[in-house]
Design a protein around this ligand. Sequence first.
Ligand code: NAI
Ligand code: CS2
Length: 490
Amino acid sequence: MQRLNADTLKQVSARVEMPQYDRTKVRAGIVHLGIGAFHRAHQAWYTEQLLNQGAADWQIIGASLRSAGVQQQLAPQDGLYTLVERGAEGERFQVVGAVKEVLVGPEDPQALLAAMAAADTKIVSLTITEKGYCHDPATGNLNLEHPDIQHDLAQLHNPTSAIGYLVAALRQRREAGVPSFTAMSCDNLPDNGRVLEQVVIQFAEQVDTELARWIQAYTRFPCTMVDRIVPATTEADRAELESQLGLRDEGVVLAEPFSQWVIEDNFAGPRPAWEAVGALLVKDVYDYEVMKLRLLNGSHSLLAYTGYLSGFATVSELMTEPAFVRLCKVFMDREVGETLKVPTGFDMENYKRQLRERFANPGLKHRTWQIAMDGSQKIPQRWLQTLREQLAGEGHIELLCLALAAWIRYLTGVGEQGQAIDVQDPLVERLQSLLKMYERNAPAQVQAVLGIQEIFGADLSNEPRLQSCISDWLERFYHQGVLATIRAAT
Ligand code: NAI
Ligand code: CS2
């Protein structure tokens, strides 16, 4: 089967939307670190619409700081890939041309630094996952013990972390008299722009305090709230698209029809007019971020651990089980809803109902295992802030404790039929050795995990109400199983 590329583009079936501009006549003004599935279905998609409207300065140079996988997918396709939107009403196909090329940091760090230091590059955006910020999730401070940070402080000319790349590129720009750029985090972190600014400045202070001052003065770190459910693409997805497209596309990404992007209007220089294609430019992103991280991502993680342990491989599958729909609704309405400030005129009930419909979208096979990844980096912003506010207000914590018990049960790495669970987490060794020490002793396991202050901070580590509530759920999971427990509790 022929491969999608600039030459075969004209063979693609008519029902596929195409780039409406001459890709040889547009320039790259954005470098994106972490060119995974989400970037290609979200930021690149918004930018594609702008290019289709005639914008000429905003093509994207994508970069991976980890593997050459996406470069190997897109380079033979001249950067082209298909975005497939799947919803309950059907699907839509669009070939996206916004990605000019993909660089691989580990293979050629100087090429990537040159692209980031180029005067045409006005924006460096990031989707590097929560763990890519090398920070302490509880405080937001740069983790100076992190091996990538240790490496980059010693060899800044040859960085490995995104933080190292940003500081090295900014140093080159300063030395060359090139104005600074805007560093825009598009990851699911609260105050993501502030977190990025803090770790970049703290890193630069270790290298050169004058450079740190320059970055503070001239670089901008806008916060963003990003939202579109984009599962990892499977081989089955690629094979299915091949028959629909009539061409092989290794870089295809799948997403739900829904998309939202709220951006703090805080840029160092020129920027794309993303507001012309549906993004929201605002003074303050905080309320949008909190609502999305606590309601959508908080529920996603709750359903991922309880669903996976109950034998459900995907979110749409588990949303066919009434007990999970009830669990999700009560969690949203009570545990989370009670802590949210509702923007004036915002229909919160509709937003929550729409979230449950999005979870139930039969067009997407979003694996519970994928969402369950990196819990130690996700849980602080998805559950723990809500928990702190509920504890302070003597409010409801039951289902937040159920969620934490499910996470701990998942971390043991042994499923309810004794099958091994492939737990992916930067702290997996530490977490599993603690749990192994107190095998199936729920109170001791809970106390040990709560004791990890990088995750739980000093306050939650010593919170007695938490200890007993989480242990009760974990006991029930060990004795009755997760699904039976949830059916009985909801
Ligand atoms: P992905 O697995 O397709 O891509 C992850 C990207 O991050 C890859 O380019 C990888 O090389 C890079 N990466 C991973 N660890 C890194 C590290 N330590 N340092 C630097 N780069 C690193 O995942 P996907 O779907 O693109 O998601 C990425 C992030 O986007 C998520 O963690 C989340 O913050 C955000 N996001 C994802 C959504 C989704 O539904 N997939 C929706 C909203 C936000
Ligand atoms: C998911 C998110 O994998 C995960 O952690 O909860 O990627 C989720 O799909 C997005 O935030 C939706 O916008």
